[in-house]
Design a protein around this ligand. Structure first.
Ligand SMILES: *Cc1c(COP(=O)(O)O)cnc(C)c1O
Length: 372
């Protein structure tokens, strides 16, 4: 039997070619592997629109490791970080800063409301001690898209530094280092580039990285040290995730063949539109308004019907070949469905049919949410 389709925002369904690329063992000191690393980093920098001004520093581990590494390396010990907060991944940044002992201020928004550049501007004007802004691009907790270009200009106009968690948007939603000023942009192998999980990377402004020596609280998380070592030797500091790098190389080759960022966005947008239309036809309501929905992951209100139970719903949809994602909101009962991975609109239609059949089996007849 085939593995179920992952309708989750990473790990996600990968292609056979990407899986096959992992069927080789690589020596971490070997020239062939160093070339593989260099080519992946070059391509990632190019996808971010980075010219000579930025470099791509990879880091072993999951995406959160790279977020922590970027914050720990780039924010000096006497820095202060503004975190526009409209969801779970923004809150994770606040927790990381707390662990790191870097002063932080949360600028709170509702979870269905994009971060507002005018509020960010006012917060920066009011507090000259703020040195950095840490912004999540697509907040995967709900699927909301924050207006990154406008936020980048706002932060730059105020002379502050921007660190972007673009984990769930990079590769699909346009990002251009030349036209949107940022010091660091963080993403990972197992999201919109459709590789497997296991490494992150930070596209970082060369000058900011060079000035960051000695900032980091942790040897393993020190991006400056990783970069210096890699420049000197072409190798990763400490054991690299060799198979993950090989899979990412294959995934980026397929990304190029598909047509790069515009093609990836078009496919995800079609997946998202197909999903939302199909679910609305059944009577479901989305948590977000269409205007602020990124085509990455969609949050749906759970039905108020007493026969609904997420665990049973999940298991029955899984039996039909699809893995869904629980909601991440504390105030309302929701579930999420991802639009990313090596899937197209036909798969999404099958998933909607599986959801419909499951609710019929469960005896859920009223798909409307609780009145808020
Ligand atoms: C996936 C994701 C991360 C990283 O999560 P990991 O589980 O550590 O890979 C960070 N930020 C956002 C916005 C994400 O979507």
């Amino acid at each position: 039997m085939n593995d179920p389709v992952l309708l989750t925002p990473g790990p996600l369904t990968t292609s056979a070619a990407t899986k096959q690329a992992m069927l080789r063992d690589w020596g971490s000191w070997d020239g062939a592997f160093n070339e593989l690393t260099a080519s992946v980093c070059r391509d990632i920098a190019e996808i971010a629109g980075a010219g000579e001004t930025h470099v791509c520093v990879p880091l072993q581990g999951r995406g959160t490791f790279s977020v922590e590494a970027a914050l720990g390396t780039l924010v000096p010990k006497d820095g202060k970080v503004l975190v526009p907060n409209n969801g779970a991944y923004c809150q994770r940044i606040l927790r990381i800063l707390d662990y790191l002992g870097r002063p932080a201020v949360a600028l709170d928004f509702r979870e269905d409301e994009p971060a507002d550049p005018a509020c960010i501007d006012a917060a920066l004007a009011a507090d000259p001690a703020i040195t950095h802004v840490a912004q999540v691009h697509c907040e995967t907790g709900t699927g909301i898209l924050n207006p990154l270009p406008e936020i980048a200009y706002t932060v730059a106009r105020r002379g502050r530094r921007l660190i972007v968690d673009a984990m769930s948007s990079f590769g699909a939603i346009p990002i251009d280092a030349q036209s949107m000023p940022f010091d660091a942009l963080i993403a990972a192998s197992g999201k919109c580039l459709e590789g497997v999980p296991g490494m992150g990377f930070v596209v970082v402004r060369r000058e900011a990285l060079a000035a960051a020596a000695g900032n980091c609280h942790s040897l393993a998380m020190d991006l400056h040290d990783q970069w210096i070592y890699m420049q000197k030797t072409g190798q990763w500091r400490f054991t690299p995730p060799t198979h993950v790098v090989a899979a990412l190389r294959a995934a980026i080759d397929q990304y190029r063949e598909e047509g790069g960022q515009p093609a990836r966005l078009a496919r995800y947008a079609e997946n998202c539109a197909t999903l939302v239309a199909g679910m609305r036809a059944l009577g479901f309501q989305t948590f977000l308004a269409d205007a602020v929905q990124a085509p990455i992951i969609v949050t749906f209100h759970a039905p108020a019907d007493a026969a609904y139970d997420f665990k049973i719903f999940y298991r029955k949809v899984r039996e039909k070949g699809f893995i869904l994602y629980p909601g991440k909101l504390t105030t309302v009962e929701t579930f999420r469905v991802g639009c990313i991975g090596v899937i197209g609109a036909a798969t999404i239609r099958q998933a909607v049919a599986a959801i419909e059949a499951t609710f019929a089996e469960m005896g859920v007849t009223n798909f409307a949410p609780d009145k808020q």
